[in-house]
Write a protein that binds this ligand. Structure first.
Ligand code: PLP
Length: 393
């Protein structure tokens, strides 16, 4: 049981999830209670109300990425959207080719569906990245084959925040008539996205990384030039043009649209503010010897800072952070064993470097005072851990 008045460290884990903005909660509430109808009920007011709300939400989500309403399929989040896109395309196009391409630094919700397809007999190319986290565009072009059916490259990385050159990748795929999918779970509402300008054929979205509720997301599926075919992965009542059966979750969908709307309105201002806070944090932390930045210094999400710290025990570092701030690290601990992050390893970081890392995820509710305090306390904590030790990995 967690006590109500327990001390709460500063929340700096916004790449894991974000709080729901109170303005989003407000528009969701009526759809739990008075406007609770099933949008598929076409015979009464309750159904019409829900259907109208969903139509509006779908238009907002579509417009946010330069798409049309008919190209948006609501899902339970980005994991499901990635699965639907990747497995759905593989199933629909396998008679055209069996070759698929993705990148080593993708989220597990992309890598695992590709691994699964590989186990079914598809041929997978896993592109490596450069030390700054970018894919090598020459290597990428050389990997394209006449039997390549799908390329999947994320817009913004969830660990190091690196923004891949999506527009360039999209154009290369379009020229070769290869479908292009992007996991934009971290990117939506943080950087401009446009499916036409960026030649994107499929795009995965989620609400809970952008101050919306958990359990809702969407897959954009291009309808024209080309019309993309995706085999459904959930069969049932034929909702979402048969692409994703299951009663639509009206409150979450309404909240998702509101969250996107707010993020777009505030994007320019937030980008400036968070970049400044992130730079302040980095400025203080990098005053210490042996603190390294992971990922490209500027081509990254404004709220992302990922560092490796030399000369400290990785477990002690994470324990030391716990009272200061809620952050993530490049190690996924499973009782006795710590697994280094596959993303940091792909950048060429050693296992000790990857393990002794901290991911700071700043967000809408992060204040300058919080960042000042966290920066100072983190420096002091690292200094105390290093007491008398050589600052080497
Ligand atoms: C969080 C995240 C996901 C998973 O999204 P859910 O909506 O939680 O399923 C997928 N990809 C990336 C890049 C993410 O950051």
């Amino acid at each position: 049981m967690i006590e109500q008045n327990m001390y709460r460290p500063t929340y700096l884990d916004c790449h894991s999830t974000t709080p729901v903005d109170p303005r989003v909660v407000e528009v969701m509430i009526p759809f739990f209670t008075t406007h609770f109808g099933n949008p598929a009920s076409t015979n009464h007011l309750y159904g019409w109300e829900a259907e109208t709300a969903i139509t509006q939400a779908r238009e907002i989500v579509a417009a946010a990425i330069g798409a049309t309403s008919g190209e948006i399929i609501f899902t339970s989040g980005a994991t499901e959207a990635n699965n639907l896109a990747i497995k759905g395309v593989a199933e629909s196009y396998f008679d055209r080719g069996r070759h698929l391409i993705t990148v080593q630094t993708e989220h597990r919700a992309v890598l695992d569906p590709f691994d699964y397809l590989q186990s079914l007999g598809f041929d997978l190319t896993l592109l490596s990245v450069q030390p700054d986290g970018f894919i090598d565009l020459d290597q990428f072009q050389q990997s394209l084959r006449s039997d390549t059916i799908l390329v999947s490259v994320m817009a913004a990385n969830n660990e190091i925040g690196v923004l891949q050159p999506i527009e360039v990748i999209g154009q290369i795929c379009r020229d070769r008539h290869i479908l292009f999918h992007t996991d934009a779970a971290q990117a939506i509402g943080k950087i401009p996205l446009h499916v036409e300008k960026m030649s994107i054929d499929l795009m995965s979205l989620t609400a809970h990384k952008v101050y919306g509720p958990k359990g809702i997301g969407a897959l954009y599926i291009r309808k024209h030039t080309p019309r993309v075919k995706v085999a459904p992965q959930l069969h049932g009542g034929g909702h979402e043009h048969g692409m994703r059966s299951g009663t639509l979750y009206t409150p979450q969908i309404v909240g998702f649209a509101k969250a996107i709307q707010l993020a777009l309105t505030e994007m320019d201002h937030e980008t400036q503010r968070l970049t400044q806070l992130r730079e302040n944090l980095w400025c203080t932390l990098s005053s210490l010897e042996g603190v390294f930045l992971n990922g490209h210094p500027s081509q990254r999400l404004p709220g992302n800072l990922n560092i490796s710290v030399a000369g400290v025990d990785s477990e002690a570092l994470l324990l030391g952070m716990q009272p200061i701030a809620a952050v993530s690290s490049g190690s996924a601990c499973t009782s006795a064993n710590a697994n280094p992050s596959h993303v940091l390893k792909a950048l060429g970081r050693s296992t000790p470097q990857a393990l002794a890392s901290i991911r700071f995820g700043l967000g809408r509710f992060t204040t300058a005072q919080e960042i000042d305090a966290v920066a100072t306390e983190t420096v002091a904590m690292i200094q105390s851990l290093r007491h008398g030790r050589k600052i080497l990995f």
